[in-house]
Design a protein around this ligand. Structure first.
Ligand code: TPP
Ligand code: SF4
Length: 536
């Protein structure tokens, strides 16, 4: 079989294609973005014309994936961890409806918050929804487990979550491929009411989900990905979840870890394997790259039982991603080669690119608000969030996608005036439109600046879902056309932009100012591409 050198995210994309998916549905978000990008550029995907367009947000993505599963075909939805908050409604409910075609939800978590607002652990969501979770420990498992997840989903009738952290997503290893499968045929669910969650049906289906729990626990017990490794020194037993098994074994290149180890890559947790470890060892260490979920499960509430250590008692750091050195320290082993960050990657604070239009918007806005007092610019998530840093120091908030409009509205409701919201074009279409509708309905006194660079720049320049149509959307939502203003964020337009913002600030109602200029990175990419095409 073919062997490829793949990133963890690419291994997942390749596995989904090889397993015969008919569609991937996703909204970009680091570190999950390349799963979809890999599928988009895969030759077989193109040959089969598999669905691969970006969705407007994670909720619409997961719902569409569920619809494809309803029609009997295999589908994958992919997102970053905070994206699952957006998709949580459908995620919880599809565990109850179950699936028809195999459905896999890939969620990439970001412990240490390399590029996220928080480091939440998606395994909680999987447990909350009571569905199987696959947590690979390396790239080959990322491939194998994703490939098998579709069949597992069809066998159990449940969606399967594949959870990976940033390190696994963005590091490479050789991956051996499995045979390419055909796509499923279009077949509607046998029970035409399977996806009907009126309470009379929902209660019954929830009971079905509860009834399946024992079975999926047994499947975890039998899983080839959950293993008990014998040791020679039973003074300590180690539980390693997902990638932490890799981190532990990097300390034992000969594979000679003296302590018994239970490796967990499939949930619900394999109770019997854990019981055996507890029976045979004096104390336990639990390593997991995320929250101390398994550690909490094993920690005896009344403190009568086995001593369990990990993130909760400080043996491992309470927050942030783990690494082999943490594991070495936890088992009192010297790590022979201390990890060092190469100088070329050390200390590069983020900043807006030279020539970025967001700068011109912030310079103009700063002039307008200079004498108004601080704390009135609500913002959001994207490249423009860098407006929180010097030399701009313009914006005061960044919480979750879309919150700039709704938080500004709440502050306006509280009496703060004037208030500003600065939001990107993709963030606006992701989850700003409904907030705008609230403002229109209540005639909120708010100035919304949509910094429209016609791209989802922060995640690599994917197409924005309403390119060139933002003003039409605002008008459709009910903003008065004379208070929808468009400007071009360029230094030479500074005075005009300042005047426009000041005029709208005087208006007691909803104003939308759209600053439209293409992201310069996209402009330069397009230019280079044109040059290459011309030369060819
Ligand atoms: C719920 C959620 N999904 C995805 C992301 C990842 N993300 C961060 S910024 C961003 C793009 C923002 O694009 P846009 O609003 O157009 O601003 P730009 O970066 O282009 O300035 C995305 C997708 C996130 N932080 N939260
Ligand atoms: S990538 Fe584009 S939007 Fe982001 S800072 Fe650079 S120029 Fe600005």
């Amino acid at each position: 079989m073919q062997r490829k050198l793949l990133l963890g995210v690419e291994a997942i994309g390749q596995a989904a294609v090889d397993a015969g998916i008919s569609g991937v549905y996703a909204y970009p978000g680091t570190p999950s973005t390349e799963i979809t990008e890999y599928i988009q550029s895969n030759p077989l995907t193109i040959e089969r014309n598999i669905h691969r367009e970006w969705s407007a947000n994670e909720k619409t993505a997961l719902e569409a994936a569920l619809g494809m599963s309803y029609a009997g075909k295999r589908a994958m939805a992919s997102m970053k961890h905070v994206g699952l908050n957006v998709a949580a409604d459908v995620f919880m409910n599809m565990a109850i409806t179950g699936i028809n075609g195999g459905l896999v939800v890939t969620v990439a978590d970001d412990p240490s918050q390399h590029s996220s607002q928080n480091e939440q652990d998606s395994r909680y969501y999987g447990k909350f929804a009571m569905i199987p979770i696959f947590e690979p420990s390396n790239q080959q498992e990322a491939y194998d487990m994703t490939y098998e997840a579709f069949e597992f989903s069809e066998k159990t009738g449940l969606p399967v979550m594949v959870r990976i952290p940033t390190r696994l997503a963005h590091s490479r290893s050789g991956v051996v491929q499995k045979p390419v499968l055909d796509e499923n045929k279009l077949i509607l669910p046998q029970n035409p009411m399977q996806f009907m969650l009126l309470p009379a049906y929902g209660r019954k289906y929830y009971q079905n989900l509860l009834d399946k729990q024992e079975w999926i626990e047994e499947l975890s017990e039998e899983s080839a990905y959950n293993r008990y490794y014998e040791g020679t020194d039973n003074s300590l037993g180690i539980v390693c979840c997902g990638i932490t098994y890799n981190y532990l074994m990097e300390n034992f290149p000969e594979g000679n870890c003296p302590y018994p180890v239970v490796k967990i890559s499939q949930y619900p947790v394999p109770k019997k394997l854990l019981q055996k470890l507890e029976d045979e060892c004096d104390k336990l260490l639990v390593a997991e790259d995320g929250y101390p979920i398994v550690e909490e499960l094993l920690t005896d509430f009344f403190e009568k039982g086995t001593k369990v250590s990990g993130r909760l008692d400080g043996t491992l750091p309470r927050r942030g991603e783990l690494n082999p050195v943490h594991l070495a320290k936890a088992i009192c082993k010297e790590h022979d080669v201390p990890f060092q960050i190469p100088e070329t990657v050390a200390g590069r604070p983020p900043s807006l690119c030279a020539g970025c239009g967001h700068q011109d918007t912030y310079i103009a806005l700063n002039e307008v608000i200079a004498n108004l007092g601080d704390g009135r610019v609500f913002s959001d998530i994207g490249c423009y969030t860098l407006g929180a840093l010097p030399p701009y120091n313009t914006i005061n908030t960044c919480v979750d996608m879309g919150a700039s409009i709704t938080m500004a509205k709440g502050a306006a409701d509280a009496g703060l005036s004037p208030v500003f919201s600065v939001i990107g074009d993709s963030t606006f279409t992701h989850s700003g439109i409904t907030g705008l509708l609230d403002c229109v309905n209540e005639k909120t006194n708010i100035n919304i600046i949509i910094v429209d660079n016609e791209a989802v720049a922060m995640t690599g320049g994917q197409d924005s879902s309403a390119k060139g149509r933002i003003e039409k959307i605002c008008e459709g939502v009910g903003v008065e056309p004379e208070h929808i203003r468009i400007f071009v964020p360029l230094r030479r337009n500074h005075d005009e932009i300042v005047k426009m913002i000041e005029e709208e600030m005087e208006y007691d109602g909803v104003s939308v100012l759209i600053g439209r200029r293409e992201c310069v990175q996209i402009t330069s990419k397009t230019r280079k591409l044109r040059k290459v095409t011309k030369q060819a």
